[in-house]
Design a protein around this ligand. Sequence first.
Ligand code: C5P
Length: 206
Amino acid sequence: MIIAIDGPAASGKGTLARRLAAHFGLPHLDTGLLYRAVGRIALDRGLDLDDADATADIAEQLDVAELDEARLRGREMGEAASVVAAHPKVRKALLDLQRRFAHQRGGAVLDGRDIGTVIAPGAEMKIFVTAAPDIRARRRHLELERRGDAPSFEDVLADIRKRDIRDAGRADAPLKPAPDAHILDTTALDADGAFDVALALVTGAS
Ligand code: C5P
């Protein structure tokens, strides 16, 4: 069973994907980390994030085993990820790796922006997780405060809005629900509530 979880930044899709994977004993891939890693390596090397060829070379050589999650979670990494993720060459370089992950062990949970539309269009279950921008910004703000990286709430909200526009507006694999995705609005739900709704969808479908 492949479970595709998509949605905008701080919608709760990562937490939901992790919990579903643990519940069903499936491997989980947070595909945002791949784009974050490409952005991180490009910045470390002093490269221009707008350089599609240079960032695609990094994407081609990316080793999933070496993703250092803690270093990739920072605020500026989300922004860098969304810049490199708009390059079709970068997306193409990361495609096979994600598809292999989805199919290699007979099933997986993947979360990102284009899992249901591009990476695994045949997934048995597609959930598009969303929430109002100010709620997402509040969640992200809390998370950043816990990490000791405390920008103002307004700055976090502005980041989120900017990233939404870039991710939904790009030509290649824009952020949008697959036609057969279930929409899960977590504006008024906590993590447990979102998990319960998703679990009912998955068990109802299988
Ligand atoms: O999900 P996360 O916030 O870690 O993703 C960082 C950025 O990576 C997103 O804003 C998006 O531009 C890009 N991304 C993508 N496709 C995915 C996952 C992430 O374009 N499947």
